[in-house]
Design a protein around this ligand. Structure first.
Ligand code: DUC
Ligand code: ZN
Ligand code: ZN
Ligand code: ZN
Length: 468
């Protein structure tokens, strides 16, 4: 037949339009959009459903080394399987630079872990943890031209943080190569000071994690990152923004003419620091950085989603088991919050939460939902328009959402490798029931029909470099 697959009668939404039409797919690409299309081997009736670009989660951690004896709860198989069931067709995990090891060697190891195990497509960000001349002068520029077009730098974590001079040097490479830099903004020295004070006072329960990383440390670092980007004259992404004070820094920088992208995550809409309280170390389940704040900050983040301070809504999926042999969320001895690994799972629940709380509750429209969860990720990280939209010539990465599904989030029904969900018990309306990756049906009415290995690695393109 003429087409491999036709999706009939659904309400299609892109970042700019919402309309009813049929979509015809051939050889993994969208080849026609119109009415009364026929001539396909297979037809999916999407009447009464929303037909959206597959989600792109540009901030996930999979199989990332996380410190002495600590393993992440997801490998590429479980991480991408969970992503797929949450309506995603592409995820962007991080490749952490190992000090003293060529980045390419570490990247090869990640590719080995991914190969044959993917349920979604993936593209990699690099994490720059040191700034030797070979790395900055040769490795990063070469890799930027080979499809590794984004990297993350940290202003916090001993052994990982870069100082301002190092960040400037790294930003300089981004400018000349057209790479995109993501910055984790928290003031490490201030955090150290607060941790020492809390430990000295015997205040070591999980809640102290939030107290030792207050909004001020995020606000200051966000301001400093934006200042460094202004000096280096390069666009940046401020990742995982948790509150209004950091958002104001982004808005002020934009008013000065800076190109800056803002990202927020479900934890800053749905959780508060009070979740870090709780019996028997339960609060560890909600330890992430920056920490969840308060109800007012949640509302501020919603305003940012509505008004455009945020371009990106990512999960920051960073899964650790709570209670397990390797269960470092629940460390033997529970000596201090300081030993709880930072990060929580959420790749499968990211879009259902925003769909339910955002679209169904009338805070954002469908097009804004698509922009925040798919299109803007593809544009920011060099995958657009192959990924991130429904248009002729784009990959047929599509999620069909049933807005009538009512579901209570239960970890037992999710597909990740962790042993809990921070969103347990939250009720959502709407779920992606059928997910299509490059024309292959991967999830059909909630059932897995795709195979591991169906996902592929995708190279990303750099921006047009500017030489100042
Ligand atoms: N930063 C992240 O991006 N993810 C988890 C922990 C962290 O600090
Ligand atoms: Zn971070
Ligand atoms: Zn305290
Ligand atoms: Zn992260």
């Amino acid at each position: 037949s003429t087409f491999d697959l036709i999706i009939k009668g659904g309400t299609i939404a892109t970042a700019s339009d919402v309309y009813t039409a049929d979509i015809a797919i051939k050889d993994g690409k969208i080849v026609q959009i119109g009415t009364s299309l026929d001539g396909a081997e297979k037809v999916i009736d999407a009447t009464g459903k929303y037909v959206l670009p597959g989600g792109i989660d540009s901030h996930v951690h999979i199989s990332q080394p996380s410190g002495e004896g600590i393993s992440m709860a997801d490998d590429f198989e479980t991480g991408t399987r969970s992503a797929l069931f949450g309506g995603n067709t592409t995820v962007l995990p991080f490749c952490l630079q190992e000090k003293g090891t060529p980045l390419r060697q570490t990247l090869n190891a990640y590719h080995k872990l991914a190969e044959g195990n993917l349920y979604t497509d993936v593209s990699f960000h690099l994490i720059v943890s040191e700034t030797n001349p070979t790395l900055l002068g040769q490795e990063l520029p070469a890799l930027a031209g080979e499809g590794y077009a984004s990297f993350k730098v940290f202003m916090t974590y001993e052994g990982l943080r870069l100082n301002d001079a190092e960040i400037l040097k790294t930003l300089d490479v981004a400018r000349s190569t057209g790479s995109t830099v993501m910055i984790h903004c928290e003031n490490e020295d201030a955090i150290r000071y607060l941790i020492e004070k809390h430990e000295a006072a015997g205040d070591v329960a999980p809640r102290a994690h939030a107290s030792t990383r207050p909004a001020a440390v995020e606000r200051e670092a966000t301001h400093r990152a934006l200042t460094l980007a202004e000096i280096a004259d390069v666009p940046i992404v401020i990742v995982h923004v948790s509150n209004g004070q950091a958002m104001e820094e982004i808005s002020r920088a934009r008013a000065r003419g800076l190109k800056v992208f803002g990202e927020t995550c479900p934890q800053y809409l749905m959780l508060t620091a009070e979740d870090l309280d709780g019996m028997d170390w339960e609060g560890a389940k909600f330890v992430c950085s920056p920490p969840p704040r308060d109800k007012a900050a949640q509302e501020e983040c919603w305003r940012g989603i509505e008004t455009g301070v945020f371009d990106l809504f990512s999960s920051d999926h960073c899964p650790f088991k709570y209670d397990d042999e390797r269960g470092k969320k629940f460390p033997k001895g529970k000596e201090s919050f300081r030993h709880i690994p930072n990060g929580i799972p959420g790749v499968e629940t990211r879009m259902p939460i925003l769909f339910s709380e955002g679209v169904m509750k009338g805070r954002i429209d469908l097009s804004r939902f698509v922009a925040l969860t798919s299109t803007n990720h593809a544009k920011t990280y060099g995958l657009y328009p192959q990924k991130g939209t429904i248009s002729i010539g784009s990959d047929a990465d599509i999620a069909i959402w049933d807005p009538s599904v009512k579901r209570t989030i239960r970890h037992a029904e999710l597909h990740d490798g962790a042993d809990y969900s921070p969103y347990e018990g939250i009720e959502v309306t709407g779920w992606p029931t059928t997910v299509i990756l490059r024309g292959s049906v991967m999830v059909s009415d909630g059932e897995l029909v795709g195979k591991k290995g169906d996902g592929q690695y995708q190279t990303a393109r750099t921006r047009t470099p500017n030489s100042l």
